[in-house]
Structure formats: structure tokens, C-alpha cells
Design a protein around this ligand. Structure first.
Ligand code: ZN
Length: 240
């Protein structure tokens, strides 16, 4: 009787142990073998702006279709990036808006895109220096200026009013684009969006003024494009 009781207790403990193991295994940290959706792992160095743009288009398509690939965050990948350095295929200047993170909306992983963000995606010397670094030093063949619908920095500029602290510096950068937009007769929401579009063009023009970028453009080593993110659909529309 005593022996039988011990047997039952042993069996019960075995079942509990097996259940705990199953739960632990199913919640274990993500490893390379568990990536069922496929892993995004770009190893080759991209030197063509056309190819780079296509990677952004493809990534945004995966994003809008909710088919994001798992980023390769394996030890091998991290070690490779540490040893071999970074070779991003695009420099992206985008707004800081929390709804528009370039790595997410283009479904890109570690080492893929060189991102510079500020409210309103405006260009100042620090931003321009970062763009130059990405294009000239890291040899990214594509520069994309990414604006978006419903931009708060654009709205603040168009609506006017007080701009405390250093926010005024952003508004001053966007004002010329607002004046251009106004000259087209645009009003209300259309004025916001037209200003955002002009602001993307203004950023491209500011980047083109850099003599480093100008040289790279002349040598056809880099291309600059504009892009706009649509909040409701998640789609990025490129200017060309
Ligand atoms: Zn914005």
C-alpha cells in the first residue's frame, strides 16, 4: 500500500515536471530555429540605388501586408556586424513621429538602414553631416527623405502660435514650405499636406547643397528620393 502510494506520487511529479518543461520550452527566447515566419538576413553589400529603393518598397509591402520577417538577431549576426562593420544600403531622414519608425515600416533589420530623425524631418548642419557620413563614409547608395501625413511639426507651423524653447527652430525651417504651399491656394488639411510635401522637397534641396553629396551625385554614386508615409494604410509613396 505504501509502495503503491509512492508510485502514484512519483507519476504525479513526473507529469508536473513534463508540464513545466513544455511551458518553459514554448516561452523560451527566440532562436534561429524558431523563426517560422522567415528571417530577414541581407548579407550582401548593396551598391545600386535602384536595388536599394526596391528593398525599401519590398519591406514596406511586407509591413502593409502584416508579413514582417523576423530580424536576424542571432549571435552569429551580431558578431558579423561587430567584426565586419556596417554597410547600410540607405540613409533615411525621417520625422521623429512615433508612428513612423523607418526600421519598422520598411521591415529592415540590424545594419540595414542609417537613420536620422528629427521632428519635421528638417535639415540642419548636424543632420546634413550625418547624411554625408552615411553616403560618403558608409557608401549607402540611396538617400531618402521620409515625410508623413498628419505631421505635428508641419501643423504647428501652419497653425502658428507660440513655439516655446527650441521648437521655434523647427517651425522656422518649415515656414518657407508653408509659404510655397499657401501660394497654390491650398487651405485646411490640404494646406498641411501640401506643406509636408514641400518640406520633403526643401530637405532634398538642402541635402543637394552639400558639396560632398553633390560630388557623389555627379559620380552617380548616390541618389536622393522623397517619400511620404500614409498613417492609415501604412503605405510609403515614393516621389519618383
Ligand atoms: Zn512629423
Amino acid at each position: 500500500m505504501k509502495k503503491g502510494g509512492l508510485k502514484i506520487l512519483g507519476l504525479a511529479l513526473l507529469i508536473i515536471f513534463a508540464s513545466v518543461c513544455m511551458v518553459a520550452c514554448s516561452t523560451a527566447p527566440k532562436t534561429e530555429t524558431q523563426n517560422t515566419a522567415g528571417t530577414y538576413n541581407r548579407t550582401e553589400i548593396i551598391t545600386s540605388s535602384t536595388e536599394a529603393k526596391q528593398l525599401l518598397i519590398d519591406g514596406n509591402k511586407r509591413f502593409t501586408e502584416n508579413k514582417l520577417l523576423n530580424d536576424d538577431i542571432s549571435d552569429t549576426r551580431l558578431k558579423g556586424l561587430s567584426t565586419n562593420g556596417q554597410h547600410p544600403f540607405a540613409v533615411i531622414v525621417s520625422c521623429s513621429d512615433s508612428r513612423v519608425p523607418p526600421e519598422v515600416i520598411f521591415d529592415q533589420g540590424l545594419g540595414d538602414i542609417f537613420v536620422i530623425r528629427d521632428a519635421g524631418n528638417v535639415i540642419d548642419p548636424v543632420v546634413l553631416g550625418s547624411v554625408e557620413y552615411g553616403a560618403e563614409h558608409l557608401h549607402a547608395p540611396l538617400i531618402a527623405v521620409l515625410g508623413h501625413e498628419g505631421c505635428g511639426a508641419v501643423k504647428a507651423t501652419v497653425d502658428g502660435g507660440e513655439t516655446p524653447g527650441s521648437i521655434g527652430a523647427i517651425v522656422e525651417k518649415i515656414k518657407p514650405s508653408m509659404e510655397k504651399a499657401k501660394s497654390t491656394g491650398a487651405t485646411s488639411t490640404a494646406l498641411y499636406e501640401k506643406t509636408a510635401d514641400e518640406n520633403i522637397k526643401a530637405a532634398i534641396a538642402a541635402i543637394e547643397k552639400s558639396h560632398i553629396i553633390k560630388e557623389l551625385l555627379d559620380e552617380k554614386k548616390v541618389k536622393i528620393i522623397g517619400a511620404k508615409y500614409h498613417l492609415e494604410t501604412g503605405e510609403v509613396v515614393f516621389s519618383e
